[in-house]
Design a binder for this molecule. Sequence first.
Ligand SMILES: C[S@@+](CC[C@H](N)C(=O)[O-])C[C@H]1O[C@@H](n2cnc3c(N)ncnc32)[C@H](O)[C@@H]1O
Length: 266
Amino acid sequence: MSDKKPGPPRKATSLRVPGRARTSSTTPGTTHSLDDSAAPRTMRTKSISLRTARGRTTAQQRWLSRQLNDPYVQAAHKQGWRSRAAFKLIELDDRFHLIQPGMRVVDLGAAPGGWTQVAVKRGANRVVGVDLLPVDPVVGAEIVEGDFTDPDMPEKLIGLLDGKADLVLSDMAPNTTGHGPTDHVRIIGLAREAMYFAFEILAEGGGFVAKVFQGGSEKAMLETMKQAFTLVRHAKPPASRKDSSELYVVATGFRPDRLNLHQDND
Ligand SMILES: C[S@@+](CC[C@H](N)C(=O)[O-])C[C@H]1O[C@@H](n2cnc3c(N)ncnc32)[C@H](O)[C@@H]1O
């Protein structure tokens, strides 16, 4: 692990059509060339229709049809990203310059590994992905299978990173119940736990990104974040589905000295 300080912010790359995109080296561990500049906004795709339901329920049929016709799914497959979600981090990073060469990065809720791939590809020096589910190895990253709330986890991750983290990412989502208000409470609970986890393992000046959902109940968490970070913003990257209330909170400039000033009583 180098102790290199993160360099100056990278200039935001414009999203280009795949044919004209900057090509990049192959990330080991995949057979594809990972091209992190080619988000599929401008891509034309052929619509695929399913002729038969083959025993699928209407909901399954709808999901499959959406997947097959989703340009991000197609682009992720083509470019070697393990998830369409990889584009969300690419877009967030293009906008906020979160990942800098030499950084130590923790990716909470890493499976199947798309965000972990992006962190490695964008030059982080040490990357650790954590998930309850197994994740296929990502070359350049360590994978920990387990619950991030495990009391041993902060120490374990700091050990693997060889120091505190510069960036904690959380794309975690709990199992959904289909009951909107319950799911909302669960995701906010998870995001809040991720925030407190980040407080434990972040180095001064570090950043934190977490998936939240639109609604009122994250206000108290936001207040806590505003105390603990220099800048807190919300973003809905283009890759985040428009019909989803998902959005990301992006906090930078961690100030551990400010932590005790505010209690999150949400
Ligand atoms: C939407 S997926 C993440 C996708 C990932 N960002 C990617 O690009 O491949 C959310 C993940 O959060 C994980 N997760 C949920 N609760 C967790 C917990 N307490 N500890 C670790 N992982 C958790 C789930 O197992 C799931 O794999």
